[in-house]
Design a protein around this ligand. Structure first.
Ligand SMILES: *[C@@H]1O[C@H](CO)[C@@H](O)[C@H](O)[C@H]1NC(C)=O
Length: 289
């Protein structure tokens, strides 16, 4: 990690100078992009790497990571969540760097009793500080089929999308003193674990282990991203690609409209409106969008 952080400041410069991007677009064989990291056989690559499944039983959950680390990217994955009584289970899917002042962009899916809605929990950490939770119900049953969950992370903003519909935006407000995720390469991580002390109705509903093993499925991982080598160099800096859209992308007015409308209908928690939690005033970014 030392070599990475020492060259951190170089990334931005390179981007500015070259103004290009792209890389590592792949789909199909998950084995090329992802690596099972824990769970003692509970995580599986199936159908020649077309499908990855994580499972959870009373003894353990399981997880995987991306082989590459990224410094900006448009990253899509299709997930099909634990079906039936999934109360107490948490399927986490996130980008994260290492170290004590880490950056992180989170999707977490909190299971529920059969027929009751999942919660999609989101958060953004910059320099080890999160506390930026927003939660949503979904407009479909996320256990019935695969749906695409996307993170667009570029120097301007971070946009969370579900099936192409933006649900959340975290803008680069560095000029207003809010740290942005701009110098720590991150890896994709995912895990399925037991969170029944808090996940479902705030921990009231416990995991029903008679329904174990619980299984979540993944396919069609796609990373249009700048890959950071162990030397610290970025794939974006070394190739002269034409300036591509994701690297500069922001929501247009239609995108903003769609996001606002989804938030209005499906957002069930927003730290920016939780006055009890912030009696001395909301975090600065809440008043700027
Ligand atoms: C579970 O269902 C209850 C009742 O509909 C709902 O309030 C809650 O948001 C759902 N999700 C979780 C993870 O608790």
């Amino acid at each position: 990690m030392a070599s990475l952080s020492s060259s951190n400041s170089a990334y931005l410069l390179l981007f500015v100078v070259i103004g290009s991007s792209i890389l590592a677009a792949s789909a199909g064989d998950l084995k090329k992009d992802l690596e099972i990291t824990w769970g003692d056989g509970r995580a599986k690559m199936l159908n020649n790497g077309e499908l990855l499944t994580l499972s959870l039983d009373k003894a353990s959950g399981s997880g995987f990571e991306s082989r590459n680390t990224f410094m900006y990217g448009q990253i899509d994955m299709q997930l099909k969540l634990v079906a039936g009584n999934s109360a107490g289970t948490v399927t986490a899917y996130y980008l994260s760097s290492k170290g004590s002042d880490w950056d992180e962009i989170d999707f977490e899916f909190l299971g529920n009793l059969s027929g009751d809605p999942y919660i999609l929990h989101t958060n953004v950490f910059s320099q080890g500080k999160g506390n930026r939770e927003q939660q949503f119900h979904l407009w479909f049953d996320p256990t019935a089929d695969f749906h695409t969950y996307s993170i667009l992370w570029n120097p301007k903003n971070i946009i969370f999308s579900v099936d192409g519909t933006p649900i959340r935006k975290f803008k680069n407000l560095e000029s207003n003193g809010i740290p942005y995720l701009k110098d720590k390469p991150m890896r994709i991580h995912s895990s399925l674990w037991n969170g029944d002390d808090w996940a479902t109705r705030g921990g009231l509903v416990k995991t029903d282990w008679s329904k174990a093993p619980f299984t979540a499925s993944y396919r069609n991982f796609k990373a249009n991203a700048c890959v950071i080598a162990s030397s610290g160099s970025s794939s974006c800096a070394s190739k002269s690609q034409p300036s591509n859209s994701w690297f500069n992308q922001e929501l247009d007015s239609n995108g903003e409209k769609r996001m606002k409308s989804v938030q209005k209908k499906f957002m069930i928690y927003n730290y920016c409106t939780d006055a009890k939690r912030f009696p001395k005033g909301f975090p600065k970014e809440c008043n700027m969008s």
